[in-house]
Design a protein around this ligand. Structure first.
Ligand SMILES: *[C@@H]1O[C@H](CO)[C@@H](O)[C@H](O)[C@H]1NC(C)=O
Ligand SMILES: *[C@@H]1O[C@H](CO)[C@@H](O)[C@H](O)[C@H]1NC(C)=O
Length: 183
């Protein structure tokens, strides 16, 4: 398969070379793979957006150009900040959701692992907003999602809105990572 062949070439020649130039063993390739797993788990754990939540549904809040506005910023810095917000968001009360608990736990674990590994790639690894445009946008966005959860008292439908939003977020995040893989 062409894709597999490309991946193995990438792994042996290019990706490791890129990673080796940083004091970081966490490759963008690995970050992208785990992100794919997260997207799959988010989709699978609850299936389609439930009809019973249709009335409460809101227009997409995710700003499409968020990751496009990170030019010149280190990919690991952006990724760490983004994944930390996701980790925090899913630290809210999840008692009302009816999703597959195994898949939910797996999702939380993948995000946790990404944060742990990214912390090793970012000097200091500290929780510090860079104050740049994208960083402020990211913070504002996650504040909105936290507000949705709070206002709807962490209801199942509030979490469905969050799941839909984070899925879109991770799809855009994936495009961002792919665009930064240097070949
Ligand atoms: C999750 O919540 C607990 C208890 O409120 C807190 O101790 C912990 O630091 C939080 N974790 C994250 C990643 O926000
Ligand atoms: C939950 O997901 C796991 C892993 O995909 C699967 O093995 C299990 O059958 C699912 N449970 C239910 C109740 O669908």
């Amino acid at each position: 398969m062409a894709v597999l062949k490309w991946l193995s070439i990438c792994l042996t020649l290019f990706c490791q070379g890129t990673a080796a130039s940083k004091p970081c063993r966490w490759t963008q390739f690995r970050l992208g793979k785990l992100n794919d797993v997260s997207i799959g788990l988010l989709s699978d754990m609850g299936g389609l957006f439930p009809l019973m939540c249709a009335e409460e549904n809101v227009e997409q809040m995710f700003p499409e150009d968020l990751y496009k506005n990170t030019e010149g910023e280190d990919v690991y810095v952006v990724a760490l900040e983004a994944m930390r917000y996701v980790e925090q968001l899913y630290n809210n009360s999840l008692t009302s959701v009816t999703w597959n608990k195994t898949e939910l736990n797996m999702f939380q674990n993948v995000i946790y692992r990404q944060v742990q590994n990214l912390e090793l790639c970012v000097v200091g690894g500290v929780w510090e907003s860079s104050g740049d445009g994208w960083s402020v946008t990211l913070k504002t966005y996650f504040n909105k999602l936290n507000t949705v959860l709070k206002e709807k008292e962490h209801s199942a439908c509030a979490w469905e809105i969050v799941r839909k939003e984070i899925r879109e977020n991770l799809v855009q995040f994936k495009k961002f990572i792919d665009s930064r893989v240097k070949l």
